[in-house]
Each structure stands twice: as C-alpha cells, then as structure tokens.
Design a protein around this ligand. Structure first.
Ligand code: PHE
Length: 337
C-alpha cells in the first residue's frame, strides 16, 4: 500500500487531486485509518508490530504529501511569475499630460515680477455690486463714462464686473486707512462686446494699486517700465498717452513696443509698432476719500492691464479667441519643457 500510495502522490498534478489522495489514505475513513481501527482484532503480540508499521507508513505518506504540496505551490508561483514577467527593455508608453494654459502662465509670470517689487496679491468677486464696480470709482449712476464699459447686469444692483478696479475700493476699505497699500489683483472681467480677433466678452485683467505718502506719476511710470523690461527684455520701451478714466486723474494709456512686428503684415499690433496694454493714472482724490483715505495726506497710482494682450504680444498670438477655444494643437505649444 505504501508503494502504491507514494507512486500515486508523485504523479499528482494539482492541489485537488492531492487532497483526494490525502482523504483516501489518511482521512477518517481512509485506508490507513481503517487499518488502525482493525488493530483490536489482532493478538497482543501482533499489535505493536503492526502498529509500528502503520505509523511508519503514515509518517512516510505525510512526508510525501507535504513534499508534493510544497512542490505544487512552488510550480504554481513559478508559472505565475513567468506569465507576469515585465520586459524592461520595451519602450515606455507616453502618458498624455496637459500643459499649463498660456494665460495662467502669463498671470504667474506677472505675479512673480510684482511680488519681486513688493506687491501683495489681492482677489475680488466676479459677480460684483454696482456700488463697487462703478460708484466707489467715481462713476455715479447716469455717469456717461459708464458707456465705456457695456455691462452684463444680473439685477439692477449686481453685474458681472467690467474691470478689476472694484478690487481697488475693496482693498482700501479692508485696510481701513492704513498705508502702504501695494497690491495687484488678477481676474476675469466681462463686457458686452462682440467677439472678434481682438475682443472677447470675457477676458482677463490685472489691477494694480499703490497708495502711500508721496506717490507720484513717476512711480507709476517707473513701476510699469520695470515690469515691461522684466517681461519683454531690457530694451523694451513704454509709451504713455493722455487718457481719461473717472477714477484716475491724470490718466494715461500705456503702450508697449510690438517687437513681433516685422512692420508689414503684423496682425498683433496692426502695423502701428505699438500695442496698448493698460489703462492707468493717479488715483482720483474722490476715490481715495470714499475708501477712507485723506487725499491731502496720501496719494496713489493704479493700473489695469489686459493679460490677453500681453500674452498675444509675448507669444505672437494673432487671435484672442485661441485662448478660449482650447484647441489642443494651440495649447500644446506652451509646454514648459
Ligand atoms: N479699469 C480700467 C479699464 O478696465 C483700467 C484702469 C485701471 C484705468 C486702473 C486706470 C486705473 O479700462
């Protein structure tokens, strides 16, 4: 029996067969167990001899079962490893990854420059009160200059902000008359414009505001020139043109040189050589007053720049709509690497 059991065990191919054999020989009703049970009918002289024999066979079989079990498990593991092996010499599969949006990237660059000049970053709501968007900026109801910025009204008192300038008033009120105030505020703004290559009903501005004792127009110009040169290189010039905003006096529009301009056929600056990037001026005394500052004591400058314009100039983008349509072929070109 021992021989035939051992032969069977050695031929077993899987765990289930092995278990079957185990039951057949060592189980409660197994052949070996039956033999032990039958010992009662043996003579006292035979019993120890047969007992010893049965025990020997049992331990031999147990050993064989354990050995076979281990061998089966090992084979199974080997098969699994073989089937899951990784060929490290195969070329990797590229993982498609998004890129930073060019506008976000420009905003970050501009923020870095102004942070370097000691500015803090401020924020304000895109859905704004008429009070902050206009009235606190010296634009009372019925003021004709409200027409400069066709607005999306939500209710009579609430609108989508037409510029980031309401953050000027919000920031000054929060500072409760303390100086210095030195912030920039990036954000989305909304105007009822027809969309074309240079206009969008939603676009991005960065507001700047500095209020302190003795702030002068030359501080505004110096700040903007420093910014322009850090952004576009040491030879960049700025051009200030007299302008009008109800919340600044005097006011100026600021142009940058269009270095993309090969002259003829330049669609970025429409061949003028200059591109307007922001409105600015000295904060109007009324605006300071309404926000809790004494215009006899302090003065300030403010500006609001168009981020898309700067991005268009920097990257030579000829149509503002590229920034919003999210064509991957456009976006992919702004991969950092
Ligand atoms: N808010 C103005 C605009 O959107 C720009 C501006 C900001 C002008 C600050 C002066 C001072 O046109």
């Amino acid at each position: 029996m021992k021989q035939s059991a051992l032969a069977q065990i050695s031929q077993v191919a899987d765990g289930a067969q092995l278990q079957e054999l185990r039951v057949k020989y060592l189980g409660k009703k197994g052949e070996l167990t039956e033999l032990l049970r039958g010992m009662g009918s043996l003579s006292p002289e035979e019993r120890p001899v047969v007992g010893q024999l049965v025990n020997e066979v049992r331990s031999a079989l147990e050993e064989a079962f354990a050995g076979k079990q281990a061998a089966l498990e090992e084979a199974q593991l080997a098969a699994k490893l073989a089937s899951q092996s990784v060929d490290v010499t195969l070329p990797g599969r590229p993982i498609p990854a998004g890129t930073m949006h060019p506008l976000s990237r420009i905003i970050e660059e501009i923020e870095d420059i102004f942070i370097g000049l000691g500015f803090d970053i401020a924020e304000g709501p895109e859905v704004e009160l008429d009070h902050f968007n206009f009235e606190m900026l010296n634009l009372p109801k019925d003021h004709p200059a409200r027409d400069m910025q066709d607005s999306f009204y939500v209710t009579e008192e609430i609108l989508m902000r037409t510029h980031t300038s309401p953050v000027q008033a919000r920031t000054m009120l929060k500072k409760e008359g303390k100086t210095p105030v030195k912030i920039i505020c990036p954000g989305k703004v909304y105007r009822r414009d027809d969309d074309d290559a240079t206009h969008s009903h939603q676009f991005t501005q960065i507001e700047g505001l500095v209020v302190d004792k003795g702030i002068r127009m030359s501080d505004l110009k110096g700040t903007l020139l420093t910014f322009a040169r850090q952004m576009f290189g040491p030879n960049q010039q700025v051009r200030l043109r007299p302008s009008f905003f109800p919340f600044t006096e005097p006011s100026a529009e600021v142009d940058l040189q269009c270095f993309k301009c090969g002259g003829e056929g330049c669609r970025v600056c429409k061949q003028t050589g200059w591109i307007e990037i922001l409105g600015s001026g000295m904060v109007h005394p009324r605006v300071l007053e309404m926000a809790g500052y004494d215009p006899q004591e302090v003065s300030g400058f403010a500006f609001g720049m168009g981020v898309e314009r700067i991005a268009m100039l920097k990257y030579g983008v000829e149509d503002i709509r590229h920034f919003y349509t999210n064509d991957v072929r456009f976006l992919k070109q702004f991969n950092r690497s």
